[in-house]
Design a binder for this molecule. Structure first.
Ligand code: UDP
Length: 241
């Protein structure tokens, strides 16, 4: 059996990861495939927490730009992340992985409230924990949620699973053929070069709390496992190279 590089990870999936070809909404088969991949990593004995975005259903900022109150729009977005969390939890349960959803906004009939100690206990018992409803506050993102929760549960790294992008480039590889991929970067580089891996709040939080990130393409089957067993794919972002 391969020895995983990380013992406890937090996987950040964008909401789009659940949408499949359609790009919006939730495609059950896509979620099931993702759950199987996550199970493979879980089978290595790695403790796994998940943060799933909500962009496949709703994003607060564009709704606010279209005239909606920003706070209401963001709460709507947070509820979207809970829908994604519930669907993923169901798929994980169906492939045989015990999973709990914890939400930052209390909804006791639907999920547990976020309680750090309880989340840690679930992880230690081999359960996957999905953190829903972001951090529970408007004006934040699920990238920031990933950085915050990762610090709280002392994860070894955040695995930033990207949709069709295999790492961090010095320019947009979809628009610029000469764009070069970085294997490694510091958080400071990411911030000073204005590289848009995550929003700036999430980047500074990761830098200040010394959180390592691995940015990789989730559309390639098996990639989550590759990162976990220490294969050099994607881009690693940390404070020290
Ligand atoms: N959101 C929020 N606070 C949080 C996390 C999320 O207000 O702590 C809202 C925000 O409106 C955001 C939406 O939820 O646009 C969906 O999250 P995000 O955009 O991070 O999802 P992703 O792009 O990762 O799919």
């Amino acid at each position: 059996m391969v020895e995983p590089k990380y013992k406890r990870i937090l996987i950040k999936l964008s909401g789009e990861a659940l949408a499949g070809e359609k790009g919006v909404g939730i495609d059950i088969q896509t979620v099931q495939k993702m759950a199987e991949e996550i199970k493979e990593v879980h089978d290595l004995g790695v403790q796994i927490a998940l943060v799933i975005g909500g962009g496949n259903l709703w994003r607060g900022e564009p709704a606010a730009e279209a005239g909606m109150d920003r706070v209401q729009a963001d709460y709507t977005g947070m509820l979207g992340t809970v829908m994604n969390a519930l669907v993923m939890a169901d798929s994980l349960q169906q492939v045989g992985v015990d999973t709990r959803v914890q939400t930052a906004i209390a909804m006791q009939q639907v999920a547990e409230p976020y309680i750090r100690g309880r989340a840690l206990r679930h992880l230690e018992k081999g359960r996957i924990v999905i953190f829903g409803a972001g951090i529970g506050s408007p004006y934040f993102s699920t990238d920031t949620t990933a950085a915050l929760r990762s610090a709280e549960i002392e994860a070894d790294a955040i695995l930033m699973a990207k949709n069709g992008v295999d790492g961090v480039y010095n320019a947009d590889p979809k628009k610029d053929k000469t764009a070069v991929k970085f294997d490694e970067l510091t958080h400071r580089d990411v911030i000073s070069k204005g590289l848009r891996i995550m929003d700036s709040t999430a980047s500074t939080l990761s830098m200040d709390n010394d959180i390592d990130l691995v940015v990789f393409n989730m559309n390639e089957p098996g990639n989550i496992k590759r990162v976990v067993i220490g294969e050099q794919i994607g881009t690693t972002v940390s404070n020290n190279l």
